[in-house]
Design a protein around this ligand. Sequence first.
Ligand code: ZN
Length: 181
Amino acid sequence: MERLTKKWDLRFLKRAHDIAQWSKDPSTKCGAVFVNPDTRWEISAGYNGFPRGHDDDAGKYADRVYKLRNIVHAEINAIRNVDGICDKNLFQGSCLYVWPFLTCCDCAESVIEAGVKRVVSPVCSVEKLERWAESFRKAITMYQRAGVSVVQYDGLHEDHEGHFLHDFEMYMEHITSETVC
Ligand SMILES: [Zn+2]
């Protein structure tokens, strides 16, 4: 993983941020980018949205219950985007960049299953944490058990530092009162 230095981490986090803006979800725009750590090349990217072929109108995003039941998370879309095209080992040993916060525990399962070895995210805002804390706690525990390292950056500026997280308590230390971007 040493080829993915801080400079590259910030570049790919920025890329995940940019991809996230393509989401039509007005409340939470998420982006995910899988990167080969040896070539530093993007394997796949995705953002959150309704499944392919689904009616994508704004009214359906406004209906919170409907949205949560039907939306596909960015990480899963990024994995599905290469489904059937490339071999299953494509994600083996890869690094995943997510925006604007860590993967949920459901996605963590698929990310681990895909063979990802490192997950990089920005710090989470207090506002978002209220809903996602329990899921993040589970995800961090799952990553630990699977030997996946988790790194959290304070922001996208070159002065910002990445923190290796060993547990949820470390994760909580860096939570901000404002949105990162
Ligand atoms: Zn998820």
